[in-house]
Design a protein around this ligand. Structure first.
Ligand code: ZN
Length: 298
């Protein structure tokens, strides 16, 4: 199935990278990055909202006869305050990152994951409709972390992208509608990719940066202070800090003491000291002058 992605206006992420990533993970959906549409004109609903049809029409300028679906990706407020909409008569999908960008900050997920979830959900819903079923049977108002969560409350998008699953009832309906198994498997592969959190977290990145690493150290120290304050609420912040400093100083002094002793021992081995420096050195004079020898010799 060939899908053409068209940036309509400014889009706050690398659509090409999303295309490459989805294409690498599976073979059923073949994504193509079409030329962007830069001039989107004035909003056609009220002062700042664009209709589904206007954005779909703009994206359709880039349609290739081989494309099964054309997907318009925009960042403007969308008709009815929607995140996305599928247009079955035009084989088009319209997706906006408006509001979703802020929600993905909270979800700690990249915006391209949100776009990928919306693509999978809308393609499956359009194919469901193509099979003669009403798509209203698929979308549900109850938020369960399923890609068919309607997200009437926009915040539910946080869990929708974090969970990125097709819940069993919806999967049952898709199977009932005889959607090809290859398509459902490919969808599951893409959703699995979306669920993955990159191993290199932003905190790990920050450690590599001297300034951010230092600030992160500050954050760790302050969280230690906070947890201590919770444990001992009667202890003030300064008392806690002095306590912490005391612990650090103690550890440091023990470390110095240990190293000094080791240094002295190594030095003694490397440069055997004179008899005078080490009175226990077993020379004849030392032995004869020792109290123990005198005691035994008596
Ligand atoms: Zn569901």
């Amino acid at each position: 199935m060939k899908l053409a992605l068209v940036e309509v206006g400014r889009v706050p992420f690398d659509v090409g990278a999303l295309v490459r990533r989805v294409n690498r993970s599976q073979a059923c959906f073949e994504l193509r990055l079409a030329d962007p549409v830069t001039n989107i004109g004035d909003p056609d609903i009220g002062p700042y909202t664009y209709s589904f049809r206007k954005l779909a029409r703009l994206a359709a300028q880039r349609r290739d006869p081989a494309d099964d679906y054309i997907i318009a990706i925009a960042s403007v407020p969308l008709q009815d305050n929607y995140f996305s909409e599928g247009l079955p008569d035009q084989n088009a999908i319209v997706i906006t990152t408006h509001d979703a960008d802020l929600l993905m900050d909270i979800a700690q997920r990249s915006i391209d994951k949100y776009v990928a979830v919306e693509i999978v959900a809308n393609i499956l819903a359009l194919e469901f409709q193509r099979g003669g079923f009403d798509e209203k049977r698929l979308w549900h108002f109850a938020p369960v972390g399923c890609i068919f969560d309607f997200t009437a409350n926009k915040r539910d998008m946080i869990d929708k992208v974090r969970e990125a699953r097709i819940h069993p009832i919806c999967m049952g309906r898709l199977l009932e509608a005889n959607l090809p198994e290859s398509m459902l498997n490919a969808s599951q592969v893409i959703l699995r990719e979306i669920r993955k959190i990159p191993l290199k977290s932003s905190a790990y990145d920050a450690l590599g940066n001297p300034i951010l690493g230092f600030l992160l150290g500050g954050v760790v120290a302050s969280s230690v202070v906070d947890s201590l304050k919770e444990t001992f609420p009667q202890v003030g912040v300064y008392a806690t800090l002095i306590l912490l400093l005391g612990v650090v100083a103690f550890v440091f002094l023990m470390h110095v003491r240990y190293n000094y002793r080791r240094w002295r021992r190594d030095r003694a081995v490397a440069f055997p000291a004179s008899k005078k420096e080490l009175p226990w050195y077993p020379s004849k004079e030392n032995v004869e002058s020792s109290d123990l020898y005198k005691h035994i010799a008596r």
